[in-house]
Ligand binder design. Sequence first.
Ligand code: GLC
Length: 531
Amino acid sequence: MKQSDETWWRHGVFYQIYPRSFQDTNADGVGDIAGIINRLPYLEALGVDAIGLSPIFPSPMADFGYDIADYTGVDPLFGTMEDFDALAGAAHAAGLKVILDLVPNHTSDQHPWFVESRSSRDNPKRDWYIWREPGADGGPPNNWLSEFGGGAWEYDATTRQYYYHAFLAQQPDLNWRNPEVRRAIYDIMRFWLRKGVDGFRVDVIWHLIKDAEFRDNPTNPNFLEGRRPHQKILPLYTTDQPEVHDVIAEMRRVIDEFGSRVLIGEIYLPLERLVAYYGKDLSGAHLPFNFVLLSAPWHARSIEKVIADYESLLPVGAWPNWVLGNHDRPRVASRVGRDQTRVAAMLLLTLRGTPTLYYGDEIGMHQVAIAPEQVRDPFEKNVPGVGVGRDGCRTPMQWDATTHAGFSTATPWLPLAGDFLHENVVNHEADARSILNLYKALIRLRKKLPQLVSGSYVPIAAQGDVLLYRRESEGAAVVIALNLGAEPVSIVSDAAGLSGEILLSTFLDREGEKIEGTLDLRGNEGAIISG
Ligand code: GLC
């Protein structure tokens, strides 16, 4: 049963689609909106409640849609506005919410706003972007660096000033200190909300405001050669500025004009700073994306600690969330290793908080090696060889064993994983014990057992590779036991309060088994046990 109450985003399971790579229907090798519509039955069967789409707006695609030239249109590569309306209608009819990617920090340099802004110093849109005089030596105004390599200031010969870009030079940053910019973006939000969009994932929301005095960032004493070059300096004055929370509170008010919508923030910050994005009195994002699992060492004690830290830092009333994959970070199957992918799935879907899945992770898709001549990601092109490339987690969805994996009839824009003949949706559907069927079983169980959704999180002391916790609500409890190691383990039931039966094992072969005395887990096994 689908949740339709005000706080659906607390109960639901979110699924991120990278539209370029999900399903192509017009044989150009790039996924499109019609393809997503065709695959809605798959998403329904998987059991997710909301789909989040990476940008579908008109864009020169310098950063694959994160460089937007028109915020209220649809790029022809993905289809038309009619296609989008059809998707929203069909998704809603199927009980699925639709979340769009809002990219307010920067536009494309082709956006009419920037074309105007750069045309002259006294253009009315000049102050919509961040223009500065050259520094004393005629060079950039300060030492700020672009996340994608090199300096963050681009010289404009026509007007003899520099503009700031936190990412590519083709992605000039908007000036969020300008109220006109704010109003323009809020109206864009309203445009989509009126169309029935259920919320936004706001791109790099912690970047929106920069230091008013444009002070130099301090150097990073811990920088190691071979790391991302922008980490040479600490982003003290470029991100996470106190005033950003006023902006987010304004965005939240726009969301609240419509009711039952969700505001999600993309934020890479340590947990203690991340939780500030819930806002004062929860006036900020409903869900500041919690990315800790994307980088936490995969050891029981480290994972236990990040969960405890997060739980203890959450403001009163704030709703947690967990993310296992996205289009910017290596695939979970490659991060934790193939054998642990099922354990990771069980973790994601049994922790307290809204889970976000990344397309393809449900069939265990791994990071695909991309040959130098096949690189498409501008980040990798700018900063080659240090492992920043994001193409490997953006490869086409593996639907079946036909040519191009059923993704397209044409050569896909990125290569397919070499194992798609075996690792594909059709095969996984046919195999009762596949990881896809594990995901389905986990999602079904969440819908059946309220304690998995709204129950408290109670850690249980464990040792070695075992991660153990209870989810408890109104007297009903389940225990989750995860073996993050490859060796079998035996857990003494009394100590862990284990007395019931196995509801689900990650191998899908022990349901109904009674626990007496000890719970024995195989290597790389996780289990949910009735309390
Ligand atoms: C976000 C997006 C990423 C993009 C960047 C610049 O981090 O997730 O894909 O490159 O913003 O817009």
